[in-house]
Write a protein that binds this ligand. Structure first.
Ligand code: G3I
Length: 336
């Protein structure tokens, strides 16, 4: 089905989920990536703590292991992530100065990871979650980012003295990524609570425009990753997703669904059917957009979800059986 969808879209449609080599349910994971998904992202294996254990020492073992799992299952691979304030290695932030961060630490990490992982990467989350949660409409890109109360926007103790007083740390990451990524690899700014037509999404678009203007990255290399950790009581409408994807398409940028899970209050059939309807709408918004080619679900079964089993936020239940949402996405893919 995914091959038929790709043919219709005129480019590969990448529908996937997360994998780490230490994941449980090995036979389920091998089977689901051979029969249901065709795209893989490392849930943790390509993050800074896993890939640069000490400053300047590159260790891509786990990241490459996930990439080879993808290729051994006929799946493509995307990179998550080269910069995030969380899951940083123990030597960060360690009193690093802003200029050292911008001029040395970031370019070195981004280069060694992107160059080391090679060009068969559909997209990289170059920066993850750099926009604050207390933003408002009309904020500048700088205001949007300085609203983030996390290193490096704030010093490691989150004191008010912002460590970084401009967006050069983002420019450094993206200009380095542009230099070392494969020419077909999209470079994404990835964030949660985006997708609706609200202040946080407006901020992500403002930072995207800043990256284009000040890091010299053309829009046809850029992407916005809409993480989409949502719930049956809080999610972006299909209309909002369609409008936001179209806005990116007009710029030449790509839209990615990067971490979809949909928490439900309980696994009652009513909740599971609502979950399926929302899943279908997110998928349709991507399928029917000219610039959406990657759709990643975050964790593939409830007992493996970062949300915990009780939120029942994934496509397969804790016994590895498909839930209504799995049937819904299969039907929408067939119907496309
Ligand atoms: O690797 C250690 C292991 O050595 C140790 O024994 C174990 C127990 O302490 O912890 C292991 O590290 C855990 C890691 O996942 C790998 O399993 C961390 O404690 C745990 O916090 C970490 O959670 C991950 C979380 O990001 C960290 O923020 C989740 O698996 C992962 O799903 C989640 O993913 C993030 C995306 O990267 C970005 N968007 C939000 C999303 C959900 O938070």
């Amino acid at each position: 089905t995914l091959q038929a969808v790709s043919a219709k879209k005129g480019s590969p449609f990448m529908f996937g989920s997360t994998y780490d080599t230490y994941d449980s349910n090995a036979s389920f994971m091998s089977n689901v990536f051979s029969t249901f998904f065709n795209h893989v992202v490392a849930e943790n294996g390509c993050k800074w703590d896993a890939t640069e254990p000490s400053r300047g020492t590159s260790d891509l073992t786990e990241c490459k292991a996930v990439q080879s799992f993808a290729s051994s299952h006929g799946a493509s691979f995307r990179g998550h992530n080269t910069f995030w304030h969380a899951q940083t290695p123990s030597w960060l932030p360690g009193g690093i100065s802003a200029s050292d961060l911008v001029n040395n630490v970031i370019p070195q990490h981004v280069q060694q990871e992107i160059q080391g992982m090679g060009s068969s990467v559909s997209s990289w989350d170059v920066v993850n979650e750099v926009v604050g949660d207390g933003v408002s409409n009309g904020m500048s890109a700088l205001q949007c980012v300085q609203n983030k109360k996390a290193w490096p926007t704030q010093t490691s103790d989150n004191s008010n003295t912002a460590l970084v007083t401009d967006l050069s740390f983002i420019h450094s990451a993206f200009s380095t990524a542009l230099k070392y990524a494969g020419s077909n690899t999209r470079l994404a700014i990835n964030d949660y609570n985006t997708g609706a037509q609200d202040a946080k999404t407006a901020c992500v678009f403002a930072v995207l425009a800043d990256i284009n203007a000040n890091a010299g990255v053309p829009y046809n290399r850029l992407a916005v990753g809409f993480q989409s950790h949502v719930s049956s009581t809080g999610f972006a409408s299909k209309a909002a997703l369609v409008a936001n994807f179209a806005k990116l398409a007009n710029l030449g940028a790509a839209a990615l669904i990067t971490e979809l899970d949909i928490s439900i209050p309980s696994s009652s059939s009513g909740n599971e059917r609502l979950q399926a309807a929302i899943w279908g709408d997110y998928l349709d918004a991507c399928l029917y957009a000219s610039n959406c080619h990657e759709f990643i679900n975050w964790d593939s079964r409830d007992d493996m979800s970062w949300l915990g089993t009780s939120n029942a936020g994934t496509l397969f239940d804790s016994n590895g059986n498909p839930k209504p949402a799995a049937y819904e996405v299969a039907a929408r893919l067939k119907r496309y």
